[in-house]
Design a protein around this ligand. Structure first.
Ligand code: HEC
Ligand code: HEC
Length: 339
């Protein structure tokens, strides 16, 4: 009798709770797609530049070819080294004539997933981006017409451009081939991805606490979200005030010192960090979020973040452990034979 008395009550409670819980869940799913997601296996290409095997092979040759620079001494791979996660390991890049540039060389791993390119977002696609460094006097210092003439004199290239694009060598097709190659620079699953897929053992205890902080109290996920752990938006953290950042592109005073949120994929391999390479280690970066963010900015500008408070010592170690779990196997790219 006692049992019978209990059952109906329990059923009532369950019936009362389940429908509303379901509706809530569904509404949540629609409003908020998950913020932490794995990388896609393949990076989608724009309609006007489909990825093909032959185009990628041509792009890889161009990427490693020093003839792309004015003095025939520098290729894309001089600054984007495959063995350094397609960065250069320097605080700031070294351009033509060993001149130090003002910004850090970004990694090109998974780069095809960004919606805008460069620290200030000034290029809207990889196709648009590619001709920038070739022609910049501080970088590869090359004249585009001259480059097209030079590559047209190489029979192997002439043939390949015909095969891939059905045209002669042109600036536009050089850019397309380079873009197609870069879309293949995808990393394999990291311990973090295995954890997302349900493998509880994939992350250490410390990294799991770091992940909880990342999504919770430390609030990193506000900007570092999506497959790249970047929202692609621009923020002023106060790393430096000497670089205009996004304001170079928009001309707006309020965009001074704003930079695109960088990807955190394979972040343990891509130091030094920040747009100016001013922070050497992940420990320094996370410490910056606790103690380095300035309280005020010049010119009446406001910062997009305030320093974190909390048990910073233990939390920093946990956040760093989490960041280190974001490393997946980089693609194995070796310099090809050049025509
Ligand atoms: C002198 C060193 C140097 C060379 C050579 C160079 N780059 Fe870069 N690259 C950089 C630096 C520095 C940046 C960041 C510049 C900025 O944001 O203003 C960058 C940015 C990029 C980006 C944007 C990445 C992002 O996260 O938005 C891509 C893509 C890229 N380079 C591809 C190339 C390609 C392709 C070549 C060859 C045609 C090349 N680079 C040659 C140093 C170099
Ligand atoms: C308000 C947006 C925002 C939040 C919140 C945020 N970041 Fe960032 N993060 C950025 C931006 C923007 C940069 C680049 C800043 C620059 O170069 O001036 C950056 C840079 C980084 C870098 C260096 C990446 C590189 O390639 O140089 C790491 C690592 C990093 N953040 C981790 C974190 C962690 C961990 C947290 C939480 C404690 C966090 N971020 C919170 C926007 C944010």
């Amino acid at each position: 009798m006692q049992q019978l008395n209990h059952i109906p009550r329990l059923v009532l409670i369950v019936v009362a709770l389940v429908p509303s819980a379901c509706t809530l869940q569904a509404a949540d799913d629609i409003a908020k797609p998950p913020l932490l997601v794995p990388l896609p296996r393949k990076i989608p290409a724009p309609e006007e530049n489909p990825t093909t095997k032959e185009k990628v092979a041509l792009g890889r040759q161009l990427f490693f070819d020093p003839r792309l620079s004015g003095e025939n001494t520098m290729s894309c791979a001089t600054c984007h080294l495959p063995e350094k996660a397609f960065g250069d390991g320097l605080p700031r890049a070294k351009g033509a004539n060993d001149k130090e540039l003002s910004r850090n060389t970004p990694s090109l791993l998974n780069v095809g997933l960004y919606a805008t390119y460069f620290w200030d977002g000034r290029a809207g696609s990889l196709e648009e981006q590619a001709l920038g460094p070739i022609q910049s006097p501080d970088e590869m210092n090359q004249n585009l017409d001259e480059l097209v003439r030079e590559l047209s004199q190489v029979p192997g290239y002439r043939q390949q451009f015909q095969q891939v694009f059905g045209t002669e060598v042109s600036g536009q097709s050089i850019a397309k081939a380079l873009a197609a190659f870069q879309r293949t620079l995808i990393t394999g699953p990291s311990p973090f991805d295995r954890y997302l897929a349900g493998d509880q053992q994939a992350l250490s205890r410390s990294a799991q606490r770091g992940l909880a902080l990342f999504q919770g109290e430390a609030g990193c996920i506000r900007c570092h979200q999506g497959p790249l752990l970047s929202d692609g938006k621009f923020y002023r953290l106060g790393v430096s005030f000497s670089d205009e950042g996004l304001a170079v592109v928009t001309g707006k005073q309020d965009d001074k010192g704003r930079f695109r949120t960088p990807s955190l994929r394979n972040i343990a391999q891509t130091g030094p960090y920040m747009h100016n390479g001013s922070l050497k280690t992940l420990d320094e970066v996370v410490t910056f979020y606790y103690r380095g963010i300035p309280l005020t900015a010049p010119d009446g500008l406001e910062l997009d973040l305030q320093p974190l408070s909390g048990q910073s010592f233990a939390e920093i170690a946990d956040l760093v452990a989490f960041l280190k779990s974001l490393t997946g196997d980089p693609p194995k790219i070796t310099p090809p034979e050049l025509p």
